[in-house]
Design a protein around this ligand. Structure first.
Ligand SMILES: Cc1ncc(COP(=O)(O)O)c(C=O)c1O
Length: 563
C-alpha cells in the first residue's frame, strides 16, 4: 500500500483529533466525578426538574392526612391547627393585617410567605397561619411586633446581629455623631476610613481593603479580581454553598440563565482536589465556612422539609484539615483561595474563619455585622490580587465602582464596631464561645431526648439547625408552634436559627423552655404520628408519585387538590 502525503496528513489529523477527544472526554469524566450526587451538585438537571414540578396543593381534607394518619390523629391535628390559627389571629392581628395589606405590593413578602413551608401545604398555611412581617422595636434579645408581643429573636437579622441590637443602635448613633458635620458626601473619604482600613488589615492579615455595599457585591469583586489576575475563566464553588444572589455563584434553581463559567464541586472530597490539580481554567475557589455544618447540602430551609432527611454535623477538625488541603492545592496551582466570611466573620472568632480554622486565604469577604448595623460588603486581599490595573497595559483594567461604597455613615458605624472588637472583654468572650454554645445545645438536646421528642439541634457555635429524628412529612409545622411560644424565626423556619452573643444563660433558659413546650404541643397535636414502615425514602417516593400523577392529570394547571 502506498501512502501519499495527503493520506498521511489525513490520518495524522484524525489521530490528533481522537487524542484530543479522548483527553476532553477524560477531563469531562474527571469533572463529573467531582460533582456531588445530589441535585444541588447538578445545577442543570435540578433546573430542568424544577421546571417540570407541577403546582399541586393539598386541600383542607388532605392537608392533615397526607401521610395517611389514622382518623383520631387527623382530628387532633385539625383541632391543633385551628387552635393555632385562632391564636395567630388574635395575638398577631395587627402585624398580620399590615402584612396582608402590603403583600400585594412587596414582592419579597409574597415570595417569603409562599416559601415558608413545602409548596403542597402552602395555600392552607397561608390562609390560616398568617405570619406578621412587621416589628416596631427591639430590646435586648427581644423584638416587639405591632401587637405589642415580645418575641425572643432567633434570627439575628440574617446573622447581622452578633453583639445584640442595643450595641448596633449605639454604633449607629455614635457613628452618625462622628460624621454629622460631613454628612452623606460620597466620592471622598471621611478620616474614619483610615482607622477601619488599619483594623481590617490587622484582623484579616491581608494587605488591602475595598468597600462595597453588600456581601453579594464583595463576592462579585473577589471573583472578578481572581479572574483578572489569573487570566482564567472559572470559579469553583462547593455544592450547596450560598454566596449571595449574583448569577455566577448561584447556578441552577433561582437563576434564570445558566452560569457557564462556574464549576460546582464536592466539598471535602479528594475528587475535587484532583480536579484542581489538573485543570488549567480555574481562577478561584470560593469557600463558605458555614458549610462545615452541613457539607454539600443547601442551606436548610423548611420549604424543603418534606421528610426528616435533613442532616447536620459539625466537625471542626475535619473541616480545618480539608481547608488545609485546599490551601495547599490552591497554592500549588496558582488558584486564588477566597473565604466568604460574610456570614461567619466576627461570629466565630475575632479573626473570623481564618483564625477559627487556622487557614489563611488570599481574599476574604466580610459583610453583615461589620457595618455596625448598616449595609456593607468588604473585600480584603493580597496586594497583588487587589490591584485593578496594570502599569504595563494601561487599558487593561478590572473595573469596580458603587455609588454608596465607603458611605461616611456606614464607615463611622463600622468604626464603632471595630473599636468594640478591641476591648479585652470582647477578645476574652470569643475564647469561651464554642463551649458556651455547645453546652447550651447539649442541655436542650438532653431535655428533648428526655421528653422523647423527635428533634435534635445541631450547631456550629451560635448558628443552629434543627434536625428531625423520625420520618415525618410535617416537621415544618414546628415553626408555627415555636412562634406561638413567642420565638421569632426567619422565613426559612427551623432550618437556620441564629443567636446573638448577648443571650445570657437566663435568656437562653427561657428560650429552651419555650422550645420544649412548642415541640410537646406539636407532639400532643399528633403531627409526629408515623407509620412504622415509613422511611424518608418512602416519603419521597410517595411525593414523586403524587407529582407524576398530578403532572399527568387532565385537570393539571387548575391546581387541583391532591389526595
Ligand atoms: C456567605 C454569604 N455570602 C454572601 C452573602 C450575601 O450577602 P448580602 O445579602 O449582604 O448581599 C451572604 C448572605 O447571607 C452569605 O451568607
Amino acid at each position: 500500500m502506498r501512502w501519499d502525503h495527503a493520506t498521511l496528513a489525513f490520518y495524522g489529523l484524525g489521530a490528533a483529533a481522537i487524542a484530543t477527544s479522548v483527553a476532553t472526554v477524560r477531563r469531562r469524566l474527571a469533572l463529573s466525578k467531582g460533582k456531588h450526587w445530589s441535585l444541588s451538585g447538578h445545577a442543570r438537571i435540578a433546573k430542568r426538574l424544577a421546571a417540570w414540578v407541577p403546582a399541586c396543593h393539598y386541600d383542607e381534607g388532605r392537608f392533615f392526612c397526607s401521610d395517611d394518619a389514622p382518623a383520631d390523629f387527623v382530628d387532633r391535628r385539625r383541632a391543633g391547627f385551628m387552635r393555632l390559627a385562632e391564636l395567630f389571629r388574635t395575638r398577631f392581628g395587627e402585624s398580620s393585617a399590615r402584612t396582608a395589606e402590603m403583600s400585594d405590593s412587596i414582592s419579597d413578602l409574597q415570595f417569603t410567605n409562599a416559601y415558608r413551608v413545602p409548596f403542597q401545604y402552602s395555600p392552607v398555611v397561608r390562609q390560616y397561619l398568617k405570619v406578621g412581617a412587621f416589628v416596631q422595636a427591639s430590646d435586648g434579645v427581644k423584638l416587639a411586633d405591632l401587637d405589642g408581643n415580645e418575641l425572643y429573636d432567633l434570627t439575628a437579622s440574617y446573622g447581622v446581629n452578633v453583639f445584640g441590637y442595643d450595641f448596633y443602635k449605639e454604633c449607629i448613633a455614635q457613628g452618625f455623631a462622628t460624621v454629622r458635620v460631613l454628612g452623606p458626601v460620597l466620592g471622598s473619604y471621611h478620616p474614619v476610613v483610615s482607622d477601619n482600613v488599619k483594623s481590617l488589615k490587622d484582623i484579616s492579615g491581608l494587605d488591602q481593603v475595598s468597600f462595597h455595599m453588600s456581601g453579594t457585591e464583595a463576592v462579585m469583586q473577589a471573583v472578578r479580581l481572581a479572574r483578572y489576575h489569573t487570566g482564567r475563566s472559572h470559579l469553583v464553588r462547593f455544592c450547596g454553598a450560598y454566596h449571595g444572589w449574583w448569577g455566577d455563584v448561584q447556578p441552577g434553581i433561582g437563576n434564570p440563565v445558566p452560569a457557564h463559567e462556574t464549576y460546582t464541586l464536592k466539598e471535602m472530597s479528594e475528587d475535587t482536589l484532583r480536579i484542581l490539580r489538573t485543570r488549567r481554567d480555574v481562577a478561584c475557589v470560593l469557600v463558605n465556612p458555614l458549610q462545615a455544618l452541613h457539607p454539600n447540602s443547601s442551606p436548610p430551609a423548611d420549604s424543603s422539609l418534606v421528610d426528616s432527611a435533613r442532616v447536620a454535623h459539625f466537625d471542626k477538625q475535619a473541616y480545618a484539615n480539608w481547608l488545609h488541603e485546599l490551601r495547599a492545592v490552591c497554592s500549588e496551582r496558582g488558584i486564588v483561595l477566597i473565604f466568604d466570611e460574610v456570614m461567619v466573620g466576627f461570629r466565630l472568632a475575632r479573626g473570623g474563619a481564618q483564625e477559627y480554622f487556622g487557614v489563611k486565604a488570599d481574599l476574604v469577604t466580610y459583610g453583615k455585622t461589620l457595618g455596625g448595623g448598616l449595609p456593607v460588603g468588604v473585600l480584603c486581599g493580597r496586594k497583588d490580587l487587589m490591584r485593578r490595573f496594570r502599569e504595563d497595559r494601561p487599558a487593561d483594567i478590572c473595573f469596580a465602582r458603587g455609588t454608596f461604597n465607603s458611605h461616611p455613615y456606614v464607615m463611622a458605624a463600622m468604626q464603632q464596631f471595630l473599636l468594640h472588637l478591641e476591648k479585652p472583654r470582647v477578645r476574652d468572650m470569643y475564647a469561651d464561645l464554642d463551649q458556651i454554645w455547645n453546652e447550651r445545645v447539649e442541655r436542650l438536646n438532653r431535655r428533648l431526648r428526655d421528653a422523647a421528642l423527635p428533634i435534635e439541634v445541631v450547631n456550629m457555635s451560635s448558628i443552629w439547625t434543627v434536625c428531625y429524628t423520625q420520618p415525618s412529612r410535617y416537621n415544618w409545622m414546628l415553626q408555627f408552634y415555636l412562634r406561638a411560644q413567642g420565638l421569632a424565626l426567619s422565613w426559612v423556619g427551623t432550618g437556620r436559627l441564629i443567636f446573638s452573643l448577648d443571650y445570657t444563660d437566663k435568656d437562653f433558659a427561657a428560650v429552651a423552655e419555650r422550645f420544649v413546650a412548642a415541640a410537646r404541643a406539636m407532639q400532643q397535636d399528633g403531627w409526629w404520628w408515623h407509620d412504622p414502615a415509613a422511611s424518608n425514602k418512602s416519603i419521597r417516593r410517595r411525593i414523586l408519585k403524587e407529582l407524576i400523577a398530578h403532572r399527568l392529570s387532565p385537570a393539571r394547571g387548575r391546581s387541583t387538590p391532591v389526595g
